[in-house]
Write a protein that binds this ligand. Structure first.
Ligand SMILES: [Zn+2]
Length: 323
């Protein structure tokens, strides 16, 4: 076996739980996924333990070979105690002490973080943020979550709400956000919010290119918008441009506040590539000082779809290294 430390990670999502075993240099040793849609934690947690034990055994690993495990959890949560409180996409999971359950049943020490922070740590150790001590990762998927690392330290905040940048107000009194506030960054650029807004705007426009790309108004999503933009549809191009303006506004304020070395962008950015990245890089200069932007690279995620295999392990590695 290797002399490197080995970490185990769990990535709890609304439809799946990922298990990943990763070495500290980023070597992917093994992984698995279990279905987690509409599950009861009392049913699924024993299966998770069983699958993990099997994965370790199949890879000739003893419990003592694992330095520790980490959990990447959707918020909101009791972060100090590792309890998932009211995750919106796991309706049956209420006040689940997952950290204690897995520690007790696996016999391995564990750590707990929210999914955006976990993904940021994963990109930092194993992906696009490697070697950087000042960087920000944004999830850019259904919602917009962020993980911020300054001077090598994850910004957790006084009440563990650090990095909830998706709910920074861009437009006072603007679009209603699912969080209850108005004008949040996520309300303009999050996948669910954009889909809802387009569905409303195009409800009586069945001939719209975006509706055609989606198949129906109800199916409109970011992918359909992107396809309509690529096809040169005027409304879609205009909408995309305004959305990128909001992204630039948000990221510009991050650059201005934190002067990061890198901003790493999740799903939409790597899915759309230059169509997303190019206008963003051009527009951002309006929203921050050139001296702050100098040396800041805005890049898509390197781990992409695989990030879930690394996220939990990165949480474990970070807290072990911080000790
Ligand atoms: Zn909000």
């Amino acid at each position: 076996m290797t002399d490197e430390r080995i970490f185990l990670g769990f990535d709890v999502g609304g439809t799946k739980i990922g298990i990943g075993i990763v070495s500290e240099s980023g070597k992917f040793i093994a992984g698995d996924r279990i279905e987690n849609k509409d599950t009861n934690p009392d049913d699924i947690l024993p299966i998770l333990v069983e699958k993990t034990n099997k994965l370790l055994a199949d890879n000739n690993l003893q419990k003592s070979d694992i330095a520790s495990f980490g959990i990447s959890s959707p918020g909101p949560a009791d972060y100090a105690n590792g309890i998932m409180t009211t995750p919106p996409n796991n309706p049956l999971w209420r006040n689940v002490p997952i950290l204690k359950y897995l520690s007790d049943n696996l016999g391995i020490k564990g750590y707990f973080e929210n999914d955006a922070n976990a993904a940021a740590l994963a990109e930092g150790y194993f992906g696009a943020g490697k070697g950087s001590k000042d960087y920000i990762y944004l999830t850019m998927s259904t919602g917009i979550g962020a993980g911020m690392v300054a001077g090598g330290t994850l910004i957790q905040g006084n009440t563990f709400q650090g990095g909830e940048f998706g709910h920074t107000c861009l437009v006072p009194g603007g679009r209603e956000c699912n969080c209850g506030l108005k004008g949040c960054y996520e309300a303009y650029c999050g996948g669910r919010a954009v889909a809802q807004d387009l569905q409303k705007k195009l409800a009586d426009k069945p001939d719209s290119m975006i509706v055609k790309c989606a198949g129906s108004v109800e199916n409109i999503d970011m992918k359909a918008l992107q396809e309509a933009v690529e096809a040169g549809d005027e409304f879609a191009v205009q909408y995309w441009d305004e959305m990128l303006e909001r992204n630039a506004q948000a990221l510009g304020s991050l650059v201005q506040t934190m002067n990061p070395h890198k901003i790493i962008l999740g799903t939409f950015a790597w899915a759309a590539g230059d169509l997303f990245m190019k206008p963003l890089r051009e527009k951002i200069v309006k929203y921050c000082w050139a001296v702050s932007y100098k040396g800041c690279e805005i890049v898509p995620s390197a781990l992409r779809r695989d990030i879930g295999y690394y996220a939990g392990a990165a949480v474990a590695m970070y807290f072990e290294n911080k000790k």
